[in-house]
Design a protein around this ligand. Structure first.
Ligand SMILES: Nc1ncnc2c1ncn2[C@@H]1O[C@H](COP(=O)(O)OP(=O)(O)O)[C@@H](O)[C@H]1O
Ligand SMILES: [Mg+2]
Length: 283
């Protein structure tokens, strides 16, 4: 497997003394070119920290990350990032938001008029593929959450990143909008040929989108297990009803409960409700 993203024994510690938190411990992960990998796990197990470290937004405490053949030492154009809260510039229109990364390039590098023209063509193409043609001159506040996230994705893709990193990008959207976004992101990423690392706390989302699901566990934040997804490459919503999908979902959910101590909590509640003489345990 030729990796486009490689983590070798990555560690990340925040704070010191009593406030010391090992957010990541010995994280080893190889991600192939064009792969769509999803990260799941209980809250606080280090998903966002791993993604931010991959993006070069956090320094590792130990180990090394290589992206597209070079060590990650800070943010770079090979890596695009999409956050849950859209992070759009409210004073810019949709089109201006999408073009913004290129605009920055114009101001910081020598840029020819040909480059600027090519960037315009790219922005038009992204606007079209993301279904935003009709809102090019609208401002973010005039758009629904789903449409705002489409803009954020288009903006992240503007510089043709080889790797797209997404941190719970659809976490704030309703179920129907999410399903539309799932099919859209799969389509766009396969068109663009980019590699994706996608964080979610939703196991169903992780299986539907991912070719592999990486399960992280807390205290210390680490990779617990990795699951191949035995589903056809071309997804459709009906896949969620298949036994393969449901079995994998149950298996991963069970493991998350186990690694996060939730199962122990449930067992405790179970015992308590029995010892209190409840006829039917609540859980
Ligand atoms: N900037 C920070 N300073 C101190 N602790 C942090 C910081 N960012 C994250 N952490 C801690 O690191 C752990 C992992 O956090 P995070 O990566 O946000 O988890 P997740 O995204 O899986 O919910 C948590 O215990 C969190 O409190
Ligand atoms: Mg997080």
């Amino acid at each position: 497997m030729s990796s486009v993203l490689s983590c070798r024994a990555v560690g990340k510690v925040f704070g010191s003394g009593r406030s010391r938190v090992t957010a990541l411990e010995n994280v080893c992960l190889e991600i192939a070119h064009g792969e769509f990998v999803t990260l799941v796990g209980a809250s606080g197990c280090g998903k966002s920290t791993l993604l931010r470290t991959l993006a070069g937004l956090e320094q590792t405490t130990s180990g090394q990350i290589d992206a597209a053949g070079a060590p990650v030492t800070g943010p770079c154009t090979d890596l695009g990032m999409v956050f849950q809260n859209y992070s759009l510039y409210p004073w810019l229109t949709v089109m201006q938001n999408i073009k913004f990364p290129r605009q920055l390039g114009v101001h910081t590098r020598d840029c020819t008029s040909g480059d600027v023209e090519a960037a315009s063509g790219r922005a038009d193409a992204l606007l079209h593929v993301m279904g935003l043609d009709n809102v090019a001159s609208a401002y973010p506040s005039q758009l629904s959450g789903g449409m705002q996230q489409r803009v954020a994705i288009a903006r992240a893709l503007m510089t043709r990143p080889r790797i797209l990193l997404m941190d719970e990008p659809f976490g704030a959207l309703d179920v129907q909008t999410r399903e539309v976004m799932h099919d859209l992101i799969l389509h766009v990423c396969s068109l663009e040929g980019c590699t994706v690392v996608f964080v979610t706390h939703d196991v169903e989302e992780a299986i539907y989108l991912g070719q592999r699901v990486v399960l992280m566990a807390p205290r210390p934040g680490r990779i617990d297990s990795i699951y191949g997804v035995p589903l056809p490459a071309v997804r459709s919503q009906e896949i969620k009803l298949t036994p393969e999908f449901r079995q994998l979902r149950a298996k991963i959910l069970d493991r998350i409960r186990e690694t996060s101590g939730l199962r122990t909590d449930l067992e405790l509640l179970h015992k308590l409700s029995r010892s209190n003489g409840a006829r039917d345990p609540l859980l």
